[in-house]
Write a protein that binds this ligand. Structure first.
Ligand code: ZN
Ligand code: ZN
Ligand code: ZN
Ligand code: ZN
Length: 135
């Protein structure tokens, strides 16, 4: 029956989500697999800006003296110039850093990331269809 497989699928999804909540894995350098369900925003290794945006590697951007990335970019002074695989978590912090998903700051009204986090109000929505307003 078709219906049964749908139920099994749902159960599997719930089980997966349940597992994910319990363990907190420290960010191990070099792992590129997993984390398919969590929203994150990849940062460019060359400029510290969000990848695939107009800001990324913009030529008129100011360069930060200390990190050589674009000044004021989400990755500015949070990552090393040329560091690959850095991403901003849905919480606004560098994925896997000390404050990631553990910040005590209020959530920003505009972007719903932690206020003052590197990604707060700097990240662009990943290109996808937005659900229409329900009310
Ligand atoms: Zn770039
Ligand atoms: Zn910097
Ligand atoms: Zn986080
Ligand atoms: Zn914000």
């Amino acid at each position: 029956m078709k219906r049964l497989s749908q139920v099994l699928f749902l159960v599997a999804m719930i089980a997966l989500v349940g597992c994910g909540e319990e363990k907190t894995e420290p960010a191990a350098g070099g792992s590129t697999s997993g984390d398919v369900t969590q929203v994150s925003y990849d940062l460019c290794a060359d400029c510290g800006q969000q990848k695939d945006t107009n800001k990324c590697c913009a030529e008129d951007a100011e360069t930060c003296e200390s990190c050589k990335l674009h000044k004021g970019s989400p990755g500015c002074c949070k990552m090393k110039n040329g560091q690959e695989g850095v991403a901003i978590c849905a919480c606004g912090h560098i994925k896997g850093d000390d404050k990631c998903c553990k910040d005590t700051a209020d959530k920003c009204d505009k972007c719903s990331m932690f206020k003052g986090s590197p990604g707060c109000c700097k990240m662009e929505e990943p290109a996808k269809d937005k659900p229409g307003d329900t009310n």
